[in-house]
Write a protein that binds this ligand. Structure first.
Ligand code: SF4
Ligand code: SF4
Length: 346
């Protein structure tokens, strides 16, 4: 078993990952429901967690609002890579005689929660497995951050009945999170609570990160239905300018309104199909993740790029461009009322 463990860890590293670790039913014990790996594989004993880094040049183009497409493409490709690597590894371990299940990297949800698929709860939390196994630590954002690539990673995992020895979580001094709060500053939706924290206990160890307000906040903005920051000085890649409500309860109607208008926008190019959306989706945010680099100066540089490169508007042919906040306002005012109403409350 020890030999197989070493081979599995090496196999994952050879696949170009930037971090790998192993959690077990013991090290995940006492955690939330989505830390229970036996839910997706009865008799599971351990889970291998790994991370692939996202392309930093594409992140620069995305945050500076020069070009959305390279990061969207890279993000989709790396998610596919992580899911494919999980499938491959699960097959490998199965061939060695242990039942194994690959975890789909993203956009796969449980149907047995009160709201069903619409709750968008993953069947298993890759974040819990990753922090408990030492792939990364929790940043204040709640994203998994790694010592070299920061939060700009995609996680993958395999759950198996093989009883592998766990790897250690990273010691606190390996976490670079200094609570700079740039993740919060770069979130137009206010999803992360600025004050309160959530504690998760996994295998007797406590992990902390900022409490999430309603997840609908992120769905509204990260879903691309709106993107204008409440300051009106910058936006995500969404050309939507609908207001961000103050209260959590106001997000469902806002989301419904956003969705109705989003469906009428011209195609902005690229995109992907999401199982829960009747329309093609486009990557327009992820800022909290993309901002968070191990070097504080780099974090600040990325935030500055996001904040100082204006507001995205959509041309009639669907293409997007970033213009100054004043120019964006004027362009909206110059649109015929029915077109303007597709992007902002008139
Ligand atoms: S952006 Fe700053 S506060 Fe947020 S997770 Fe990263 S280091 Fe922590
Ligand atoms: S993905 Fe965007 S909207 Fe969602 S929490 Fe991060 S910054 Fe906020």
């Amino acid at each position: 078993m020890e030999n197989l463990r070493e081979v599995v860890l090496d196999q994952v590293k050879l696949g170009g990952t930037c971090a790998v670790g192993i959690a077990t039913t013991e090290t995940l014990a006492g955690g939330p429901e989505s830390a229970d790996i036996t839910k997706i594989l009865p008799g599971a004993k351990s889970a291998i967690s790994f991370a692939y880094a996202l392309d930093t040049d594409a992140i620069d183009l995305f945050l500076s609002k020069k070009d959305r497409m390279p990061h969207e493409r890279n993000n989709i490709d790396i998610n596919n890579l992580a899911s494919g690597a999980a499938l491959n590894l699960a097959g490998f371990i199965e061939m060695k005689g242990y039942q194994s299940v690959p975890v789909i990297a993203n956009n796969y949800y449980r149907s047995d929660t009160p709201g069903g698929l619409l709750d968008m709860m993953p069947d298993i939390s890759q974040r819990y497995i990753a922090v408990r196994s030492g792939v990364g630590t929790f940043g204040l954002s709640g994203n998994v951050i790694t010592p070299k690539q920061g939060a700009a990673i995609i996680l993958g995992a395999v759950v198996t009945t093989a009883e592998f020895k766990p790897t250690e979580p990273l010691p606190p001094e390996k976490s670079y999170c200094d609570e700079c709060r740039l993740c919060m500053a770069s979130c137009a939706s206010g999803t992360m609570d600025n004050e309160q924290k959530t504690t998760v206990t996994l295998g007797g160890l406590d992990f902390e990160y900022s409490k999430r307000k309603s997840y609908l906040r992120c769905e509204y903005v990260c879903g691309g239905f709106t993107g204008l920051h409440p300051s009106e000085k910058w936006s995500t890649w969404s050309p939507g300018r609908f207001p961000i409500p103050e209260n959590d309860e106001e997000f469902m109607p806002a989301l419904m309104n956003g969705l109705e208008n989003y469906a009428k926008w011209p195609d902005m190019g690229g995109g992907y199909y999401h199982s829960l959306s009747p329309y093609k989706m486009f990557l327009t945010c992820g800022n909290c993740q993309l901002i968070c680099h191990p070097e504080k100066e780099e974090r600040k540089r990325r935030y500055k790029m996001l904040k100082e490169n204006g507001v995205v508007v959509q041309n009639e042919d669907g293409s997007l461009e970033a213009v100054s906040p004043e120019h964006a306002k004027q362009r909206m005012q110059d649109l015929p009322p029915e077109r303007r109403a597709l992007y902002e409350t008139v």
